[in-house]
Write a protein that binds this ligand. Structure first.
Ligand code: BES
Ligand code: MN
Ligand code: ZN
Length: 506
C-alpha cells in the first residue's frame, strides 16, 4: 500500500472512497458544509433522517452526488465522537473502523479527510496522520485469511491510502503517516503469530519465525535450546518446557551492540511470555475455553514484533528482546505440583501449581536479560485471568518499580494511544508466597489478591527498574468490534515501540 498526502480540498481528491469523520453534532458550515452542498445535500439529509447518530465509529456509506462536484466515488461518513474525547486511541480506532467498514467492497484507493481529526487531536495533523494511517493498516488485518487461501470477504487490500490535509505540510505528514504504517504492520505481525494455532506454531516454529524476521531486519539473534538452558541453570524455564514433546526455546534478539546504552542511557530489555499452548500442565485447566490458550504466546509475539518495528524505524537503536517459548503440557516428563526447582538467579521455587507457569518462564528470562546487561526491564504477558476480570479487554494491568520507570512506560503508552491501569505491589502479601521447602511458591493457597501476587512473584527475579504488563484481557477479543476482528489485537506492541524509540540515537 502506497501512502500519499495531498493538500487539496476533500471534494477535489480522486479516490474510490472518501472517508469523512464527523466530530460531535455536525453544523455543516465551512468545508463540511461545502462537502454537503456538493453531495447534493446528502450528508445533511442523512443527519436529519436519523442515520448519522449513535455510537462512536458508526458509519454510513453514501454516494457522492453523481454531479461530479465530488471527485471521490463514494463517501464513508463516520462518527468520531465529541471533540474533547478525541484522543490518540480514538484516532487509531477511527482509521481501523474506516478500513474494516469497507470489508468485501472493491476499494483500491481510500482517501481520509484528516482535518476534522487534526483539529480536535492534541498534536494536530502530524499526530493524526500517523495514528489514522496506523489504524488503517491495523484495520486491514484479517485472521480469517491466515489459513484459508483466496478468502475475499475481509477488509480491502488498498493500493493507495490518501491522507487529505488542506493547508498542512505534506512532507511532514507523509513521514508521520509512514511511521504509523510501519507500527501498524508490526502490530499485525504480532497478531498473526499470536493467532496461529498451537499445531502450527510450536516453540521451535516461533524461534524460526523470529530468526527469519531477525535476518530480514538486521537484528542479532540467539536461540537457546533445552540442553543449553538446562546447563545454564534455567530451571524454571525448563520446569515448564520439559512436559512437552515440542522442546522449549529461549529466543534472544537484539539491535545495537551487546550492553550498548541508548540515547537515554538505558539498555532496555523487553521480555514476553511465549506459552505456545497452556493446558495448565499437571494442574490441568478445565476444557471450557481452553482453546484460547493458543494465545498464551502473545507476549512473546509482541516483543519479537516490537524489536522488528524499532529496527525498521530506527536501525541500530539499542534494544534487547527476550521471548521464552514453551508449551505447558501434562505428561510423563512434566513438572509435578510440589516439585522444588532452582531458578537461574539461584532461588528455589516450590511449584505448587503448574498452571501458574508464565511467571516461571518470565523469571528466568528476566534474570537472563539482566545478565546480558539490561538496565531497564519491561515484561509483557497474558499472565492472569484475574486481570481480564478486573479491567476487561480495553485496559491492561501494570505493576512496577521504581515509580519513575512506571511513569516512563505510561508516557510511552500515552504516545501509543494504549491504556493501562497501575496496580500496587502490596509487600505484605509476600508472606503468602513463602514456602516450607524453597524460597517461595509460585502459587499461594490463599489466592485472594492473586493478581498482585503474580507480580510479586516476578519481582523476586529482578533487581533493576522493571514494569510488568498483564495483557491477558487486552491480547485478544472474543467478539468483533468496529475497529477489530476477533482474536489477537496487537495490544502493547505500540507501547513497547514508543518506549524503545525514546532511546533512538538521532
Ligand atoms: N495463561 C493463563 C492466564 C490467562 C487466563 C490468560 C485466561 C488469558 C485468559 C495463566 O497461565 C494462568 O493459567 N493463570 C492462572 C493463574 C493461577 C493458577 C494462579 C489463572 O489466571 O487462573
Ligand atoms: Mn497457566
Ligand atoms: Zn499461561
Amino acid at each position: 500500500m502506497q501512502v500519499r498526502v495531498v493538500v487539496d480540498q476533500p471534494w477535489d481528491v480522486k479516490a474510490d472512497v472518501l472517508a469523512v469523520p464527523i466530530i460531535g453534532q455536525p453544523a455543516y458550515t465551512g468545508p463540511l458544509g461545502e462537502l454537503d452542498k456538493r453531495s447534493g445535500g446528502e450528508l445533511k439529509s442523512l443527519t436529519s433522517f436519523g442515520e448519522l447518530k449513535g455510537k462512536r465509529f458508526k458509519s454510513v456509506l453514501a454516494g457522492s452526488g453523481g454531479s461530479g462536484e465530488i471527485k471521490a466515488g463514494r463517501l464513508l461518513v463516520i462518527l468520531a465522537g465529541d471533540a474533547d474525547a478525541l484522543d490518540r486511541e480514538t484516532a487509531v480506532k477511527l482509521g481501523a473502523s474506516v478500513e474494516r467498514r469497507l470489508a468485501g467492497r472493491k476499494v483500491g484507493s481510500l482517501a481520509i479527510w484528516l482535518s476534522p481529526i487534526a483539529g480536535a487531536l492534541e498534536g494536530g495533523a502530524a499526530a493524526a496522520a500517523e495514528l489514522v494511517a496506523r489504524g488503517v493498516v491495523e484495520g486491514s488485518y484479517d485472521p480469517a485469511s491466515i489459513y484459508r487461501e483466496g478468502y475475499e470477504e475481509g477488509p480491502p487490500k488498498l493500493d493507495q491510502l490518501v491522507i487529505v490535509a488542506p493547508g498542512e505540510d505534506a512532507t511532514a505528514l507523509k513521514k508521520a503517516a509512514e511511521r504509523g504504517t510501519i507500527i501498524g504492520e508490526g502490530s499485525n505481525t504480532a497478531r498473526t503469530l499470536a493467532n496461529r494455532s498451537s499445531n502450527d506454531v510450536s516453540p521451535e516454529v516461533l524461534a524460526e519465525e523470529a530468526y527469519s524476521l531477525a535476518k530480514e531486519h538486521g537484528l542479532w539473534i540467539d536461540v537457546i535450546g533445552p540442553e543449553k538452558a538446562t546447563q545454564m541453570g534455567m530451571g524454571l524455564f525448563m520446569a515448564v518446557g520439559r512436559g512437552s514433546d515440542n522442546p522449549p526455546r529461549m529466543i534472544v534478539m537484539r539491535s545495537g551492540k551487546a550492553g550498548e546504552k541508548d540515547a537515554l542511557g538505558r539498555h532496555l530489555a523487553i521480555v514476553g511470555k511465549g506459552v505456545c499452548f497452556d493446558s495448565g500442565g499437571i494442574s490441568i485447566k478445565p476444557s471450557d475455553r481452553m482453546e484460547e490458550m493458543k494465545m498464551d504466546k502473545t507476549g512473546a509475539c509482541t516483543v519479537i514484533a516490537a524489536a522488528v518495528t524499532t529496527a525498521r524505524l530506527a536501525p541500530g537503536t539499542p534494544l534487547l528482546a527476550i521471548a521464552p517459548a514453551v508449551e505447558n503440557m501434562p505428561g510423563p516428563h512434566s513438572t509435578r505440583p510440589g516439585d522444588v526447582v532452582k531458578a537461574l538467579n539461584g532461588k528455589w521455587v516450590d511449584i505448587t501449581n503448574t498452571d501458574a507457569e508464565g511467571r516461571l518462564i518470565l523469571a528466568d528470562a528476566l534474570t537472563y536479560a539482566e545478565r546480558l546487561g539490561a538496565t531497564h526491564l519491561v515484561d509483557v504477558a497474558t499472565l492472569t485471568g484475574a486481570v481480564s476480570r478486573a479491567l476487561g479487554e480495553l485496559v491492561a494491568g501494570a505493576f512496577g518499580t521504581p515509580q519513575a520507570w512506571v511513569d516512563e512506560v505510561f508516557a510511552a503508552a500515552a504516545r501509543a494511544g494504549e491504556r493501562y491501569w497501575q496496580l500496587p505491589l502490596i509487600e505484605e502479601y509476600r508472606a503468602d508466597m513463602e514456602s516450607w521447602y524453597g524460597d517461595l511458591v509460585n502459587f499461594s493457597r490463599n489466592n485472594e489478591g492473586g493478581l498482585v501476587k503474580s507480580a510479586l512473584f516476578i519481582s523476586e527475579f529482578v533487581t533493576k527498574p522493571w514494569v510488568h504488563l498483564d495483557i491477558a484481557g487486552t491480547a485478544y477479543f472474543r467478539k468483533v468490534a468496529p475497529f477489530a476482528p476477533r482474536g489477537a489485537t496487537g495490544a502493547s506492541h505500540a507501547t513497547l515501540v514508543e518506549l524503545a524509540m525514546a532511546g533512538a540515537k538521532a
